[in-house]
Design a protein around this ligand. Sequence first.
Ligand SMILES: Cc1cc2nc3c(=O)[nH]c(=O)nc-3n(C[C@H](O)[C@H](O)[C@H](O)COP(=O)(O)OP(=O)(O)OC[C@H]3O[C@@H](n4cnc5c(N)ncnc54)[C@H](O)[C@@H]3O)c2cc1C
Length: 254
Amino acid sequence: MAGGQSLVAAMNMKLAQPETIIDIGEIEELKILESNSNEVQIGALITHGDIEFCKNSSKLLLFLSTVSKNIAHTPIRFKGTFCGAVANSDPASEWCSCLLALDGVVEVIGQDRKKRIVDSKEFFIAPYLTNVGYDEILLSIKFPEINENTKLGFNEYARRAGDYAIAMCVSKLNMVDEKVKDGNIVIGAAAETPVIIEEAINFLQGKAINQKTSWEAAIIASENIKILPDIDSSEEYKRDIVKAVTYRSLLACS
Ligand SMILES: Cc1cc2nc3c(=O)[nH]c(=O)nc-3n(C[C@H](O)[C@H](O)[C@H](O)COP(=O)(O)OP(=O)(O)OC[C@H]3O[C@@H](n4cnc5c(N)ncnc54)[C@H](O)[C@@H]3O)c2cc1C
């Protein structure tokens, strides 16, 4: 248990009934939040609130700080951790989509004290299931820092402020001469796991970002995702929301 904001809720609902709980909350070494010109490192006990109010000048952390405001409510944001959200791997977690879109890597350590790095593209397997073993924990998550040629955009739609999103989009676009070279367009909450929509990035390659190209890419994204409908939202509805959040996220990169 890190912040307990997902685990305790799951225990309340009898969805989790662990025999033993190990609270990692007091391990000082896991409270690191560091950045240099190349890399940002977020330790296992850094909370959503730490990111939201971080005074660091890192461009990536500044972006994450704006995303953080979409997670739950203030008290939860001061307990719940970035790495806990990624370990929990709810498809609607903002940090899971950011991990994938922003080319993060996850540092894990096993019971045998061996460390390994899991690339975000190999991290997610299914809802609440990741490539982290039962005898491993997350130590930290590392991201490459953003340079002046990279544009980032985020948008999500939830019924009420603080609710889990129905769909979200995180865009990372690497630009050359104001045109898209490559990058990631990641949709969260709408499918089993966060997914990169390759078709939308391929469409944008060599193009400038404006209302027309963003809308066309958004249509492509909504047509190329395997939607996971749920009790509140039909497949058709979610597909429409995917289109809207992708459009807004891309336009934020213009
Ligand atoms: C009302 C409410 C609304 C919420 N809304 C949102 C939302 O909009 N978006 C969102 O993303 N989240 C939301 N959350 C969840 C919240 O962000 C959690 O804080 C987060 O998902 C889990 O972080 P935690 O530190 O609390 O993890 P915990 O609850 O302590 O742990 C969750 C799971 O991850 C495992 N875990 C935790 N840390 C590690 C680690 N370092 N290594 C390996 N396994 C680990 C635990 O064993 C457990 O299985 C909401 C929660 C509540 C109660």
